[in-house]
Design a protein around this ligand. Structure first.
Ligand code: C5P
Length: 310
């Protein structure tokens, strides 16, 4: 079986030696932490949406039996990179000997709460599966994705979804995005935050029962704007308390004219929602003049399934 798979993979590369795939970032509209699980992870309910800020990945077949990553962020050019781990996992599972070079044009800020590493991993799984026509079922892909990280399964489909369990149980929601949230500003304070640390120090008093995610799902399903107070992230209070840079950035966003500002994932990136481009741009320029890293973005249905072969 393995030999058949391997020769199949090697034949399938003949139309071209190179492929490109885009890996999109996400924001969390809600993040309910329900409690701590026996395995050390936390039980979650979170509504996530992919956004058009993306990394670009170029895959090239190589003659050697290895996975190599070259990233525009030099600190990520190593085997621990989640993109490299995804390719290695796939090669191990199917006993493939085909070498591959991964060139990663990083635009999504790193350790920022935007899911960049997880999205890269999902993009690699999807791209290699399509490019090499690998015999993997959706369940195989899902299991591999979940073993790489809690957010990776979400990025296999992207769009709008409710993610439960430790994040790996993904229910896609009908695409809907309120006009009041048409434009997004992402402000990335100049620090990185380790997700594990945020979860470790989270007091039980910040846990919720999933109400926020349920309310936001039903509002979006009904084609309406969720009430602002339902856009709740259980990690936000403690992140604002522990990281003054994030609290300051939030104040500056509000002072510059944003009205709805939330933390994405475990941060430190904050997102603000705007109905009008002109207003969003004005706030972006004001914050950039203060030295902040700010991105203008929007929700997208695109996901890593769209691969270009050459
Ligand atoms: O799954 P992933 O490796 O992305 O998670 C990073 C860390 O975040 C975990 O090691 C864990 O400490 C924490 N985490 C958690 N509960 C989750 C997801 C992540 O405690 N549902």
């Amino acid at each position: 079986m393995h030999n058949a798979r391997m020769s199949h993979a090697q034949r399938a590369q003949t139309p071209g030696n190179m492929c490109f795939v885009q890996a999109y970032a996400k924001i969390n509209l809600t993040l309910d932490v329900l409690g701590r699980r026996a395995d050390g992870y936390h039980a979650l309910a979170t509504v996530m949406q992919t956004i058009d800020l993306h990394d670009t990945i170029c895959l090239t077949v190589t003659d050697d039996d290895r996975v190599q990553v070259i990233c525009t962020t030099p600190a990520l050019s190593n085997d621990e990179n989640l993109a490299a781990r995804a390719a290695t996992l796939l090669r191990q599972r199917l006993a493939l000997t085909q070498g591959v070079r991964i060139e990663l044009h990083k635009r999504i800020p790193v350790a920022a709460g935007l899911g960049g590493g997880s999205s890269n991993a999902a993009a690699i799984l999807l791209a290699l599966q399509q490019w090499w026509r690998l015999p993997l079922s959706p369940v195989d892909l899902l299991n591999m994705a979940a073993s790489l990280g809690s957010d990776v399964p979400f990025f296999l489909t992207g769009g709008l979804a409710l993610c439960e369990g430790r994040g790996e149980q993904v229910t896609r929601l009908a695409p809907y995005w309120p006009e009041a949230m048409r434009w997004l500003l992402l402000l990335k304070p100049a620090i990185g935050i380790a997700t594990a640390e945020v979860f470790r120090s989270l007091p039980a008093s910040d846990y919720t029962d999933g109400t926020y995610s349920r309310e936001v799902c039903s509002a979006l399903n009904a084609g309406t704007m969720p009430r602002a107070e339902y856009l709740h992230n259980c990690l936000e209070r403690s992140v604002l308390e522990c990281y003054p840079e994030v609290a300051q950035a939030r104040e500056d966003l509000l002072r510059a004219g944003a009205s709805i500002v939330r933390l994405s994932g475990s941060g430190p990136t904050l997102f603000a929602l705007f109905p009008e481009l002109a207003r969003a741009t004005q706030v972006q320029q004001e914050l950039q003049s203060q030295g902040y890293e700010v991105y203008l973005s929007r929700a997208t249905h695109s996901h890593a399934g769209s691969v270009s072969f050459f």
